[in-house]
Design a protein around this ligand. Structure first.
Ligand SMILES: C[S@@+](CC[C@H](N)C(=O)[O-])C[C@H]1O[C@@H](n2cnc3c(N)ncnc32)[C@H](O)[C@@H]1O
Length: 290
């Protein structure tokens, strides 16, 4: 079968995660892995591609119906690894406004709200169930957060978030779930609510991540784009592709690096190579983009 989401970054597996390293290139593949990727040429039919696109929201909503909030680990690394969340304050007591785009059940925002009392968080997702989970969290309070349902590729964020009002936008394992042809619409959308000088913090699957290599023929939807058994999709980013789509929408690249890790599943005695892409982009103060 194709990879299960349970090997994804942050899932609640019996894992030990050793130190991570940053590298300018994705990992080198073995001959066996190269052969396997080369053999994966079968693409699914146009009918199935369209159906998956039409049912993307339903499939993520069903994911949360099955897994509730129990799937992803709380992402406590967000503040540790994205120092900009604090560093972009001009003065210490400044309230930061954050948007978590594709927030899921809130595993990224609630640790942040606990750690930093001086932030306001907008959180959106296109799964209504995920948004409900966020609203039901005991840490959710309207004075400090506003969660709403939204398809980042279609629904104008300005309906819920004032234009140019957000200091930091986090995109954590969400752009990979969007069809590559629609990623630029999502980036245009977030750009409108980001302040000039504001920052986008990105972390997602990198090219040749273990999850990509586990997909079988029949799961390939396009270049570096795959479908899981539950109908949710995943793109695996090269740093060049990511920089290009951000820069095309008027962002400037600050950092853009592969992060290599080894995930050890103690229960199964497996050690698997993970590749993530961690990047920061800024919206220039003087910009032609709307
Ligand atoms: C892998 S989960 C990551 C959730 C969360 N960011 C985290 O780190 O735990 C991907 C999320 O993206 C959401 N998503 C996928 N496509 C979307 C779209 N077009 N608009 C808004 N959210 C989307 C899914 O519903 C899902 O909650």
């Amino acid at each position: 079968m194709e990879p299960l989401l349970s090997v994804d970054e942050g899932s609640k597996e019996n894992m030990h995660v050793p130190e991570q390293t940053e590298t300018p290139v994705p990992r080198t593949l073995t001959q066996q892995e190269l052969d396997r990727l080369g053999a994966e040429q079968t693409l699914v039919s146009n009918f199935k591609l369209m159906k998956l696109e039409q049912e993307a929201q339903k499939n993520w909503d069903l994911f949360y119906k099955r897994n509730t909030t129990n799937f992803f680990k709380d992402r406590h690394w967000t503040t540790r690894e994205f120092e900009e969340l604090k560093a972009c304050r001009e003065f210490e007591s400044q309230k930061l406004v954050l948007l978590e785009a594709g927030c899921g059940g809130g595993n990224c925002i609630f640790p942040l709200l606990e750690e930093d009392l001086n932030i306001f968080v907008y959180a959106c997702d296109f799964s209504p169930r995920a948004v409900d989970f966020v609203k039901q969290n005991p840490l959710y309070c309207p004075e400090r957060c506003c969660a709403f349902q939204c398809d980042l590729t279609k629904d104008d964020l300005r309906t819920n978030v004032p234009e140019g009002s957000v200091d930091v936008i986090t995109l954590i394992f969400v752009l990979s779930a969007i069809h590559p042809d629609k990623m630029k619409m999502a980036l245009q959308n977030i750009s409108r609510v980001l302040k000039p000088g504001g920052m986008v913090l990105f972390r997602d699957y990198g090219l040749y991540d273990h999850a990509m290599l586990r997909f079988k023929a029949g799961n390939k939807l396009g270049e570096n784009f795959y479908v899981r058994q539950d109908g949710t999709r995943s793109y695996f980013f090269s740093k060049e592709f990511l920089a290009e789509i951000f820069e095309d929408q008027g962002f400037q690249t600050i950092t853009n690096d592969y992060v290599l890790r080894e995930t050890v599943n103690k229960k199964e005695g497996l050690c698997v190579p993970r590749v993530f892409l961690q990047s920061k982009f800024t919206k220039p103060c003087v910009s032609g983009s709307s």
